[in-house]
Design a protein around this ligand. Sequence first.
Ligand SMILES: NC(=O)c1ccc[n+]([C@@H]2O[C@H](COP(=O)([O-])OP(=O)(O)OC[C@H]3O[C@@H](n4cnc5c(N)ncnc54)[C@H](OP(=O)(O)O)[C@@H]3O)[C@@H](O)[C@H]2O)c1
Length: 339
Amino acid sequence: MFPYCPAQFLAEPNSMVKSLATHRLGKSGIEVSVIGTGLWAVGGGWGPVDDQNALDAIEASLDAGINFFDTADVYGNGHSEELLGKAMRGRRERFVVATKIGWVGYDGKNNRSQYDSVDKLIAGVEESLRRLQTDHVDLIQNHIFYREPNTDIFLEGFQRLQRDGKARAYGLSSSDFAFIKDFNHDGLCAGLQIDYSILNRTAESEIFPYCQANSIGVIIRGSLAMGILAGKFNSETRFPEGDFRRNWHENPDERRIFLEDLDKVERLRALTNDRTLSQLALRFVIDHPAVTTVIPGARSPKQARENVRAGLLPSLTPAERQQINSLVPPGGGRKIWPA
Ligand SMILES: NC(=O)c1ccc[n+]([C@@H]2O[C@H](COP(=O)([O-])OP(=O)(O)OC[C@H]3O[C@@H](n4cnc5c(N)ncnc54)[C@H](OP(=O)(O)O)[C@@H]3O)[C@@H](O)[C@H]2O)c1
């Protein structure tokens, strides 16, 4: 049982089916549920993985009205894509699938992806399609946060994938405003994935208005600050071997920031009312008019249902927003790795 979760917000998945709103993903015309599911943690890197629990979480997400799922070639070395492929078998039409390409084989020394030709890039995406057991993805995203020498190959490759029916739309995952504008220089970019939460409001100043003006759908990651905003961690929390969040207690700089964040989360508890902290955090995100969808990384059916419920709750009140503003001002906060 989740420590801060009233029972009514974990139950009734079937009553949610028809109610979760959908939004159009920018200029793509693709309809995505306002709450989606991120599939990084189920692939690996966030402590032990449990495939059956992950498949059950995908099932619970679908049952609750979610249609949008985000993965990447690099999550668990393809394992996350394979799990999604398994879940989609025989019912591909119920899923809107976003994946990403770029980090596998990245040459950090020369700051360069392995994709130095369009054919190689397309072959890389075709590997994702094979793992996903599908002939197309709905959204293909550049996973490299900043411009690097092969960026033009990504743009050309993504456009060819679109023409060939292997991707319905393309976008990028980045918080670098100059790169975002560059990636959309011909106006064809349909989606931006970006870190945004009560603790990191930096996108509000320039990036959200740019996306709204350019019909770029906004997909939010980091909405729960990798679990911090779910309110389940404290200064004694220790993460297991293989969980990159170990840095939050092992690295002194990250620990200091982690403790500051925990302090803010304690102050947010006064605002939960009948919501859980996760639902307050998700509601804050989807209330922003630039936001198309949010993709919390649910790892279990319970987490998936709790997250979906946030999409059915009323918006935060002006008084609640004012209190959040006094904690983290509009446009303020910090980026949380890997923002
Ligand atoms: N560069 C990129 O493109 C990039 C980077 C980061 C993330 N992403 C995408 O965004 C997705 C979300 O990842 P994120 O980094 O943004 O993390 P997040 O959603 O802020 O946090 C995910 C973690 O929150 C916890 N959680 C989720 N729902 C919960 C609930 N209802 N109650 C309590 N805990 C809950 C789980 O933690 P426990 O593990 O403790 O259960 C989960 O691992 C990823 O799966 C991925 O698809 C993309």
